[in-house]
Design a protein around this ligand. Structure first.
Ligand code: GLA
Length: 578
């Protein structure tokens, strides 16, 4: 084990000079290649393609439940193609539950209900494709679909969905869906078996067709705990492109706020290419205009999928305008793809400030959310965001400039409503040297805080607490960052750095237990994946080229056995920058 003092001196005196050469030779990085729409990602089990921004589309369930028909789906596709929604980015038209007529006893293949989907799913998918849209279809991880179990709205003699789930039929169903031209699979749970999710992912891979996998381990009759991964049952990001994190939404503001809280609790689990699904939208389904705006803005802020759930064929002008608001959609589709986090110092239980860094340097989307029953002023203090001024502020809902402000912005926010703004100021940008004391633009930790040990009495960055020691395998490091996994940090590099280097390992506080996985991402490309790290894993040194990158995302996630004792370090993390 090297001595930390020698290590630092060595770094300062020699490695800086050798940096470019070593980085160009690849160092010790395990590069997994480009990770973006259309590119393979061998770093994540079984996923052929990672979709780096949340999906947008429409789903039949919230409006039609089990009364969906082929005629309805076609007319919805007509509307989306022509009313501005397709142009705004909505692309998946998804048939939810109750389309199944049964399963062919000989071939094992599903077929559609002959009364409601008489022309079959393949023809329906072709129709949707002919409108320039993509086609989504529902299935379940059980023997029955959720309607067959929970919603019971059809005759008892043959409730839809009985015997129609994909459990045990994942491969044949994936192939059937591929043959039909399905682009998006919504896979529900409802008393199913968790094994069906990875089996479906494998089934999709075997077809060779790109199909988005949106899963719901929380549907009615669920047996899972509220935090899907905390018990280590299934590490969802390895298998799904997006996962529901809550029970079913309803068109009530209390439902909206409860899902916001659940998603916030799961923010640290969302790694690049995987999003927390806050359920289909209830915009246009009966809440007030202010509540609809808050709902839509928060789904955008938290990088949820945006699947409209209203009858888009007959929506009001206000609903249409909200669903196609390009500035709000741009927040959801921002390429940095971070989930908004609560600005705790500026927030109370009722009046909250949520922040989401955007890809452009110095920019943040900020939602001032009033959960209470009276209008009230909400203030965001820029120092709490690590944002420097002067700051240009713009209202993203109506496009109004709020002028140039310094230090803070206060807006009066309607009851059960939101003011969504964009702030453009200046960010902490990484500089050459130890990373631990430097300011990040975003952090998320499932429990506890980001604890930073900085050398020579340097203060920890905004949002961090001071760590007493960073000790890995008996070695005490001069600088370091200690977190409870899952936890993530994002820094701005602005193309000025060449190499990131850090030792990694479980902290002494893990007490010999715990299992984690380290990932280093830059601009949503995975540069390094440690594989499983336990207390038996010797200290590893990560060294990756970040040349030309604008952002650095440090991820420590669960080792897929639950998060107990997952206390982990970035030890003497260092950036080489010009
Ligand atoms: C569950 C899901 C819903 C919908 C229904 C269909 O309740 O959470 O989104 O798919 O099943 O039965």
């Amino acid at each position: 084990m090297r001595s930390p003092v020698f290590y630092r001196a060595f770094l300062i005196l020699f490695l800086a000079a050798l940096n470019t050469v070593l980085a160009s030779c690849g160092g010790s990085a395990s590069s997994s290649g480009a990770v973006s729409n259309g590119a393979t990602d061998p770093g994540i089990a079984l996923a052929q393609v990672r979709f780096m921004t949340p999906p947008m589309g429409w789903n039949s369930w919230n409006t039609f439940a089990c009364n969906d028909t082929e005629a309805i789906i076609k007319s919805v596709a007509d509307a989306i193609a022509s009313n501005g929604m397709a142009a705004a980015g909505y692309q998946y038209v998804t048939v939810d539950d109750c389309w199944v007529g049964g399963r062919n006893a000989t071939t094992g293949q599903l077929y559609s209900n002959a009364t409601t989907f008489p022309d079959g799913i393949q023809a329906l998918a072709a129709y949707v494709h002919s409108k320039g849209l993509k086609f989504g279809l529902y299935t379940s991880a059980g023997t029955n679909t959720c309607a067959g179990l929970a919603h019971g709205t059809r005759p008892a003699s043959y409730p839809p969905g009985v015997g129609a789930g994909s459990l045990g039929h994942e491969a044949v169903d994936a192939q059937t869906f591929a043959n039909w031209g399905v682009d998006y699979i919504k896979m529900d749970y409802c008393g199913g078996n968790l094994s069906a999710f990875p089996a479906m992912r494998a089934g999709i891979a075997a077809t060779g067709r790109t199909m988005y996998l949106s899963i719901n381990p929380y549907s009615a009759n669920t047996t899972l705990t509220t935090n899907f991964a905390a018990d280590g049952t299934l590490y969802v990001p390895a298998y799904a492109d997006m996962s529901r994190i809550s029970q079913d939404i309803s068109a009530k503001f209390t439902s909206v706020t409860s899902i916001i809280d659940t998603s916030a609790a799961d923010a640290a689990w969302a790694v690049p290419g995987y999003f927390n699904d806050m359920d289909m939208l209830e915009v246009g389904n009966g809440m007030t205009a202010d509540q609809d705006t808050a709902h839509f803005a928060m789904w955008a802020m938290m990088s949820s999928g945006l699947n409209a759930g209203n009858d888009v064929r007959s929506q009001s002008a206000a609903t249409q305008a909200l669903l196609t608001n390009s500035a709000i959609i741009a927040v959801n589709q921002d390429p940095l793809a971070l989930q908004a986090v609560l600005d705790t110092p500026d927030s109370s239980a009722t009046l909250q400030v949520w922040t989401k860094p955007l890809s452009a340097n110095g920019t943040r989307a900020v939602a001032l959310l009033n959960r209470g029953s009276t209008a009230a002023p909400i203030t965001v203090n820029f120092a709490n965001l690590g944002l420097g001024g002067p700051v240009q502020a713009t209202n993203l809902v109506n496009g109004a400039s709020l002028g140039t402000v310094t230090q803070s912005l206060t807006q009066t926010v309607p009851a059960t409503g939101v003011v969504l703004v964009k702030l453009a100021g200046s960010d902490p940008v990484a500089v050459n040297g130890p990373l631990a004391p430097q300011g990040w633009i975003w952090s998320t930790v499932q429990s506890g805080t980001v604890a930073v040990k900085a050398a020579n009495g340097v203060s920890p960055p905004v949002g961090a607490t001071a760590a007493g020691a960073v000790v890995v395998h008996g070695s005490s490091y001069i600088d370091g960052i200690t977190v409870n996994a899952p936890a993530q940090l994002v820094y701005r590099l602005n193309g000025r750095c060449t190499t990131f280097q850090s030792d990694i390992g479980l902290d002494a506080a893990a007490q010999g237990a715990g299992t984690v996985d380290y990932q280093v991402w830059a601009d949503n490309v995975e540069l390094y994946d440690s594989g499983l790290v336990t207390s038996a894993t010797p200290v590893k040194t990560v060294r990756v080229s970040v040349a030309g990158r604008n952002s650095l995302r440090l991820v420590i996630t669960d080792g897929q056995n639950g998060v107990t004792n997952d206390v982990a370090d970035w030890a003497d993390p260092w950036l080489y920058c010009s």
